[in-house]
Design a protein around this ligand. Sequence first.
Ligand code: ATP
Ligand code: ZN
Length: 288
Amino acid sequence: MGNETVLRIAIQKSGRLYEDSVQLLKECGIELRNVKDRLRTVSENFPIEVFFLRDDDIPEYVEDGVADIGVVGQNVLAEKNRKVDTVEALGFGKCRLSIAVPKTEEYKGVASLEGKRIATSYPHLVKSFLAEHKVTAIIHEISGSVEIAPGIGLSDVIVDLVSSGGTLFMNGLKEAEIILASQAVLVARKNLDEEKIAILDKLLFRIRAVKKAKKSKYVLMNAPNDQLENIISLLPGMRSPTILPLANEGWSSVHSVLSEDKFWEIIEKLKAAGAEGILVVPIEKMIL
Ligand code: ATP
Ligand code: ZN
């Protein structure tokens, strides 16, 4: 590839964001070989170099310009408070940074944390949350297995990441209050040069097409011609639905794109309007 410019992206080396990050690049048509056990790898079909790092270090590496862009959780981003730009929410790695208290305890709001010992890996976020609520508490910063802290007498409550709540439950805790809702985001270094911005734009274009496609379904159905107008009015589509005559006279085939959030509602209405043989097909990429 000679000396041409490459965009350097930092992703998590292993852990909860790793698979989805690699998968996203793959869905964007970016081929990566030998990703396992590597520190870095260059794609052969897109001007990108991937660095595999601990997620905690990604904001700093991007701020310092060691990497140009990175994939990191909003939780880590907020805790590290580095000067980087968030360019796109990626829709995976969803979790909450929450206060959790012993199951047996009734949680009576932030004020009830006054004077309590809080174990967390997010000291800065907890500190500013407490300050915002004018509460003073003792923060114990620990780097892992925060959920065991109350059980071993290290703290009264914890602030930790939660997704299902299963880990909390197994440790005799319950989620009491959300401090931050988080997902993975794409961040970029400030002052990227023009050539790198051009590559980033190309990548963003692909990411958005992949994201959009995931939220949409391609729907095909047979509709009686006398109900066609009614059925068309139920379909949002990208422009308007495609209508093709069927061999069976008096019937048409209707094709359209539906977004996930309205999907079931519209399908029910279509059935009620007389649509038959409804097929729902996943969309791989969607370019608008
Ligand atoms: P590293 O070795 O890279 O420091 P880690 O142990 O700090 O890894 P992981 O547990 O792999 O981190 O989580 C990485 C990110 O995944 C979190 O910062 C968060 O943004 C996201 N995440 C999503 N769901 C969860 C969850 N249930 N628990 C923890 N993190 C989650
Ligand atoms: Zn980490």
